[in-house]
Design a protein around this ligand. Structure first.
Ligand code: T1G
Length: 703
């Protein structure tokens, strides 16, 4: 039998095991092997039923994503054809779902007549995360099994269902007592089916899912959801496929599904999202670190500072069962911090995302102290105090004195020099930057800033820990602002300068959110605080600009006490949470432009797009050239996970490649000429961009 499946017959059962580690991705070779094994079982008179399982304990993570966009994706036997054939077998086929059945893996299980899971089984149709829709019967068979509404919820959220809800929904027929007993219980299930002369596949509970659906359910569903889908294609295709399931016979619905799937597979959005999928896995590959790099055990964590950041950081560890101690200098600040954490968890309980029991479990893992001596046995200490070098250095001098040898000492600084912080300790090799993004218990991005002396095992340990707490860790070198905030500077500079030149904050933000960014520059500043931005800038003026004329608008708003949402006025005026244009800001921009001798003029949306995005891209390319970022796709992950850049555009570097590097360079050169002294000063093309264009390269990579 083919090495990609195991095959054995015993007690009149054929046991077929998927054996393509690590996740039994259903690429063409595995599809062919499964078909061959099933045909063999179908024609073997001794075989009365078939059990399909994951030989490595994991059923299947779905279609092979690396095949998409190539002929292999539909190479015979394609997945729809394979699964249709399985539905035609005249012997009961039991899917024993160990661990995971995702995407095509769940569709494979749905093509079986019966399904048994284990207590830890998770099943889902996450295709939407790849800009796709289930393309092998999921949109047609799942609504017939669990109803159109429940099926739509699964497909549009992309979130997996746990074993209990899968059982309740009817996706699973039964659950084994444990993972270890899954295969034995699957065999017993198959024997039971044979003994009871059960049909090869039971009738679908919802033969025509439209039955029982309110007349206008689908129309209303589309109307209710269209606005939040914005420009995303896949949700619309999912709904079209489910509409087909409600209105067409199965065979016609399956054909419709394939057509819609091919449309999604060919879309630029899906190509971008598949780029992001592999980028996330690539980000963990660091030169000099491999499987042999020993990780330091992290059993106890401490966080210095119980403010918003410190509390959010601490929650990440409590969430995964790691005890964490918060240290503060004043008791009331510490109490306030712990109270705020409890409040955060209570919100999750109210939203049904957390049980009371889990809340208490997590709170029990959260300790507090005023005494540094209590940190002596911490394996990882994360400093999250005020963003001032002197204050951070004092903390690290103390940590150096009290922490045990081998403890990892991390700073949560958002831009300061990690090497300068490490330098005040006797153990710079154990110091690293862990830049969490606010709110730290929510935002996925974690910039892992390696100091010049940070050792590989410290880096490997913090990268691993970042994944364990559910973050997207990306390695950065040391420079002002690391990757994300360094790129934010020119991007934000152009936005500010454009308002001085004649655009309004709303127009600039409108162009950026029109590109599906979560927020524009000015709404983001009003949320984070005009004062916060001013203080960071003011404490690092030297690092900013030899000409900070573009900062004057923010400086003036700060001076006027217009700190943004928190004061009801910033770049916008706020009635509660809804934002209004504020013509006082326009008048202020006009006055400043006069003082700065900046000619005002009508500004096109295209100019806003090009100046903000090209300078963002240019800085990213410069970071790559300096070795601060290891690869362009890492930069994409930073901006997708930390700044709301749309994943369906692939990130700023991927976006630049789609635009054309030559177009980006031409745009920068144009503004260098067209914007006089300002253009001459700021529109300096990154040398790597010039080299890539001169070499006719399409991809952004070191050259
Ligand atoms: N195809 C190809 N490679 C895959 C893969 C897949 N579906 N899933 C994982 N890998 C690789 C991954 O790149 C990595 O490779 C290794 O496996 C370990 O993955 C027709 C159209 C399953 C939860 O979206 O969510 O079916 O880096 O590092 O953290 O309707 O992988 O080692 O070389 O992520 O333990 C739908 C995607 C596909 C599931 C495991 N399925 N995968 O997480 O390990 S489309 C998915 C995951 C589809 C059908 C449709 C996760 C995981 P390398 P990993 P992990």
């Amino acid at each position: 039998m083919n090495a990609l499946v195991t095959y054995q017959v015993e007690d009149n059962l054929a046991l077929i095991g998927l054996a393509r580690p690590p996740v039994n991705a259903l690429g063409q070779p595995l599809r062919a092997a499964v078909l061959e094994a099933c045909e063999r079982a179908a024609t073997d008179m001794a075989v009365k039923a078939i059990v399909l399982h994951g030989a490595n304990g994991l059923f299947s993570a779905g279609a092979d994503i690396s095949e998409f966009g190539s002929d292999a994706s539909f190479a015979a036997p394609d997945l729809p054809a394979l699964l249709l054939r399985l539905t035609q077998l005249d012997k009961p086929l039991v899917a024993a779902i160990g661990k995971l059945a995702l995407g095509g893996g769940l569709e494979l299980a749905l093509a079986c007549g019966y399904r048994i899971g284990e207590p830890g089984t998770r099943v889902g149709l996450p295709e939407i995360n790849l800009g796709l829709l289930p393309g092998a019967g999921g949109t047609q068979r799942l609504p017939r099994l669990i109803g159109a509404q429940a099926a739509l919820d699964m497909m549009l959220s992309g979130a997996p269902a746990g074993a209990d809800s899968a059982l309740t929904l009817g996706i699973l027929d039964r659950l084994s007592a444990s993972a270890d007993s899954l295969l034995d219980e699957a065999r017993a299930f198959a024997h039971e089916l044979v003994a009871n002369r059960a049909p090869a596949r039971p009738a679908a509970p919802f033969p025509a899912p439209a039955e029982g659906l309110p007349e206008d359910f689908l129309a209303r569903f589309r109307q209710d959801n269209e606005p939040r889908w914005k420009s995303r294609l896949a949700p619309r295709l999912v709904l079209s496929a489910v509409e087909a399931a409600c209105l067409l016979p199965l065979e016609e619905g399956l054909a419709r599904e394939v057509a819609l799937f091919k449309q999604a597979e060919a879309s630029s959005q899906s190509q971008a999202l598949r780029h992001v999928f592999f980028a996330e896995r690539e980000a963990g590959r660091i030169p000099g670190i491999d499987g042999a790099t020993l990780l330091r055990p992290i059993r106890k964590v401490a966080v210095i500072g119980a403010g918003t950041m410190g509390g959010g950081i601490a929650m990440n560890f409590a969430n995964v069962g790691i005890p964490v101690t918060l240290l503060e200098r004043q008791g009331e600040v510490l109490d306030r911090g712990l109270t705020q954490i409890r409040k955060n968890y209570e919100i999750s309980v109210k939203r049904g995302k957390l049980t009371e029991a889990k809340l208490e479990q997590r709170m029990a893992l959260l300790g507090g102290t005023l005494d540094y001596a209590d940190l002596a046995d911490a394996d990882l200490v994360i400093e999250a105090v005020f963003e001032k070098m002197e204050i951070k250095q004092d903390v690290f001098r103390t940590l150096d004195r009290v922490c045990k040898p081998g403890a990892i000492l991390a700073t949560n600084t958002s831009s300061l020099d990690v090497d300068q912080i490490a330098a005040v300790t006797s153990r710079p090799q154990d110091v690293i930057g862990l830049h969490f993004f606010s709110p730290a218990n929510v935002m996925r991005l974690l910039e892992v800033v390696r100091g010049r002396k940070t050792t590989p095992d410290v880096l490997a340990t913090t990268l691993k820990m970042g994944r364990i707490i559910g973050k997207m860790p990306v390695v950065s070198g040391v420079c002002f602002g690391f990757i994300g905030n360094r790129m934010l500077e020119p991007y934000s500079r152009e936005a500010h300068r454009l308002v001085l030149e004649g655009a309004t904050p709303a127009q600039v933000d409108g162009v950026l959110t029109g590109l599906d960014l979560n927020m524009g520059v000015f709404s983001m500043l009003d949320l984070a605080g005009v004062d916060v931005n001013f203080l960071v800038r003011d404490s690092n003026r030297a690092a900013f600009a030899h000409d900070d004329s573009y900062c004057r608008l923010g400086d003036e708003l700060y001076a006027l006490g217009r700190y943004g949402q928190k004061t009801g006025r910033g770049f916008y005026a706020y009635e509660g949470r809804n934002r209004q244009d504020d013509y006082e800001v326009v008048a202020l921009a006009e006055r400043l432009a006069g003082e700065l001798h900046i000619a005002r003029r009508p500004i096109s949306d295209q100019e806003i797009h090009d100046r903000c995005l090209f300078m963002l891209i240019n800085e990213g390319i410069q970071l790559l050239d300096e070795g601060i970022a290891l690869r362009a796709s890492d930069i994409d992950l930073v901006w997708i996970n930390g700044y709301g850049f749309p994943a369906h555009l692939g990130g700023p570097m991927y976006y630049a490649e789609q635009l054309g590097l030559d177009k980006v360079l031409a745009g920068i050169s144009h503004f260098r000429q067209a914007l006089g002294e300002y253009g001459e000063m700021w529109f300096q093309p990154a040398p790597l961009l010039e080299r890539l264009v001169a070499a006719g390269k399409q991809r952004i990579e070191p050259l």
